[in-house]
Design a protein around this ligand. Structure first.
Ligand SMILES: [Cu+2]
Length: 243
């Protein structure tokens, strides 16, 4: 009997270890901050909806159960023992707190993904100034975008490769926000901050400044174009010829 239990235990442990190994191996490629943020967000929504529903249903049930059945009826509140009172405080608190800690721990995981730049990321330097963005690539080529004339391409990156932005500001505090990629980070003079995102599909989105930085703050945006590698190479070659 005890042999069997031990063998079963060992088999279970093996399963768990190999399962964890498989999960780790599957995660290694690129852990996308956008997917992680979305996952946590939906998990939070499901959790608060379920907990909310349980208390809503219980609340209505008690309101109905303990309603006055005639106008002159006087209710008698049930007297709880000390133990019951303590249990009514502790059990619901633990339920809430367990979910809070669970979500907070997942939040830390998302934060770590947000801060750990994949080794194969392409680096682009970003300079924010009142009121536009300048992007500088490894080879020195620069790109920008003029909101009024609509001149310039903004940030252009090849599809399928993580991008890390090393950012600073020449004047005031700006904030580089990529809503589609669920990331943003402040830029300030005298300091280099960073941000990375994972452009998985060809698309055109926007970067906007999300820190009020003066009169034309709301005009401080630029396109973010994710293009096939070949198109990116052609674009970069044309940039080099121009400079
Ligand atoms: Cu700004």
């Amino acid at each position: 009997m005890s042999h069997r239990v031990k063998r079963l235990g060992a088999a279970l442990a093996m399963l768990m270890v190999s399962g964890a190994g498989a999960a780790l191996a599957a995660e290694v490629p690129v852990r996308d901050p956008a997917a992680s943020v979305d996952h946590l967000w939906y998990e939070l929504l499901i959790d608060i909806t379920l907990i909310g529903l349980v208390f809503l249903v219980l609340g209505f049930y008690w309101v109905y159960k303990y309603r006055a059945k005639s106008e002159d009826e006087v209710g008698t509140a049930p007297q709880l023992s000390s133990l019951q009172s303590i249990a009514w405080i502790l059990v619901p608190s633990f339920l809430f707190m367990a979910d809070d800690f669970f979500l907070a721990a997942k939040g830390w995981t998302v934060w770590n993904i947000f801060r750990q730049v994949p080794a194969n990321a392409m680096e682009v330097k970003v300079t924010g100034s009142m009121w536009n963005w300048q992007f500088q690539y490894d080879n020195g080529a620069t790109s920008t975008y003029e909101v009024d004339s609509k001149d310039g391409d903004g940030l252009v990156v090849p599809v399928g490769r993580p991008v890390v932005l090393r950012m600073t500001s020449t004047d005031v505090v700006h904030s580089f926000s990529l809503p589609e990629y669920r990331v943003k980070e402040d830029l300030m003079p005298g300091r280099v901050t960073y941000l990375w995102f994972y452009p998985k599909k060809e698309t055109k989105t926007l970067v906007t400044c999300t820190e009020y930085c003066g009169n034309r703050h709301s005009y401080m945006y630029a396109p973010v174009k994710v293009v096939p590698q070949a198109e990116f190479d052609t674009w970069m070659a044309s940039k080099k010829q121009a400079t």
